[in-house]
Design a protein around this ligand. Structure first.
Ligand code: PRP
Length: 226
């Protein structure tokens, strides 16, 4: 009975989607049509397992999941925190690892220590607000940007930025540095709250398959390293 309807996945476009498909392939779930780069199709189906996939802009993934348009979503923890939607976060997928940090020129370090009223530019205004207001108890002005946030302190728009740091090369190449670390990030699986009740077995099975695959990978790696 449970298997009769499609289980729908919303995947954040880009690197995370590619990694997610690799992960699903490792547990035997493939979606060949999704690999066709020339295709303009938006929704893809795996008939055998009754699964449906679509690619969406990262910040929209939690929205699709909250409203039940997707049962499951895969997005970065940054998006989960920023969007703060009513969804269950069920699994840390372990890839897409990076950090949310306060960054800026070395000269801005002092402004953070003395709790001055500074300007903070970010693509993540909610994360920035929570960090400065609730954790640091520092009143700041938050300026929302949509990308290339590193420009903020470079052109005099802001004193610091709150942004993702992965390799650190964007900061380095632009004369900026990590001033404070907010939290570690990685890809997460999120689930619609009703789907979790109605499709419990299918969703739990999927989570277990991913976990078992990790265990297997670990054993394989240990064996190879010996
Ligand atoms: C992200 C982030 C940083 C950069 C960090 O930007 O906002 O700019 O990657 O990566 P690094 O530490 O490896 O250099 P993204 O490439 O998503 O583009 P954006 O600046 O337009 O948001």
């Amino acid at each position: 009975m449970e298997e009769t309807r499609y289980l729908t996945f919303a995947l954040g476009k880009g690197r995370l989607a590619k990694k997610t498909l690799e992960l699903l392939e490792e547990i035997g779930i493939t979606c060949e049509e999704m690999k066709d780069k020339d295709s303009r199709k938006l929704v893809f189906v795996n008939e055998e397992r009754k699964l449906r996939f679509f690619l969406a802009k990262g910040p929209d993934v939690p929205t699709y999941v909250e409203y039940g348009a997707a049962d499951i979503g895969v997005v970065g923890k940054d998006t989960v925190l920023e969007e703060n939607r009513r969804v269950y976060e069920v699994l840390d997928l372990g890839f897409g690892k990076c950090r949310m940090c306060v960054c800026g020129p070395e000269s801005s370090r002092e402004l953070l220590q003395h709790h001055e009223r500074i300007r903070v530019a970010s693509k993540y205004p909610n994360i920035a607000k929570d960090y400065f207001y609730n954790k640091k108890h520092q009143t700041v002005d938050i300026i929302r940007l949509n990308g290339s946030v590193e420009l903020g302190p470079m052109v005099g728009l802001s004193d610091v930025i709150v942004d993702i740091v992965e390799t650190g090369s964007t900061l380095k190449e632009n004369g900026l540095t990590i001033l404070e670390e907010i939290c570690p990030l990685s890809a997460r699986m999120i689930v619609n709250q009703v789907s979790m009740q109605m499709q419990t077995d299918r969703i739990k099975r999927l989570i277990n398959e991913i976990r078992q695959n990790w265990e297997l990978e670990k054993v394989r790696k240990e064996y190879k390293d010996k």
